[in-house]
Design a protein around this ligand. Sequence first.
Ligand code: R5P
Length: 260
Amino acid sequence: MDWGLKNRLSRIIKPETGRTVMLAVDHGYFLGPTSGLEVPRRTIEPLLPYADSLMLTRGVLRTSVPPEADVPIVLRVSGGTSILGELSNEGITTSIKEALRLNAAAVALSVFVGSPHEKETLLSLSQLVSEAEEYGIAVLAVTAVGKDMVRDARYLSLACRIAAELGAHFVKTYYCEEFETVVNTCPVPLVIAGGKKTPEKEALELASNAVARGAVGVDMGRNIFQSEAPLAMIKAVRSIVHQGKRADEAYEFFLKEKSR
Ligand code: R5P
């Protein structure tokens, strides 16, 4: 791995702890104005100081993040589908040249293993890795799950391992039972998505279980920006990921911050 790529990755996965709290706000690329992200700028601005990176599309980056912001960008470069269509039918939406122009630290693309467009999305990942590596940009593979996919260790190990084999530098996946198997069979760092909004206590337990079992952190969206107190929530997630707080301690911290 060359210096530039290592440098970009270490801006996202913090060397002090070896961990990361990525804030995912890319949902609009197929969901439109998702609840909590109707006006992205309003959601993003207060959370920015607590995000180790921001995962989003170029449209939201250009319109809703001040260029002075000192936050590494993980640019979503796959899409082309909506919640109304066949989700796996994604292509590459944004060039590496554009990613460079936007000063992205990494680019992110979804792979849909086991879905009708499995092959195209996996080949897109390979192509993206080859292009991004030319310029030292890191690639995050997102293991998307189709509507009927079971999120178990067997399936997620398959998807994560394939993504790593094709050259992804880090992988985003879901937490599951026997998550250690997914971590141990994937040779690159894993972060977990938060998934659908759940009560704050549960989302904190998810983050805690994931890092305890080997994830390098979270790439969390809805469980932060749809929280009743997004700022308190991202701080509580950070306390788990970077300070090693237990889930119950982090929940207490969340309640305290929320009442401030
Ligand atoms: C999903 O397609 C997006 O890439 C999200 O960034 C990802 O699912 C993480 O967000 P959440 O924590 O809301 O699941």
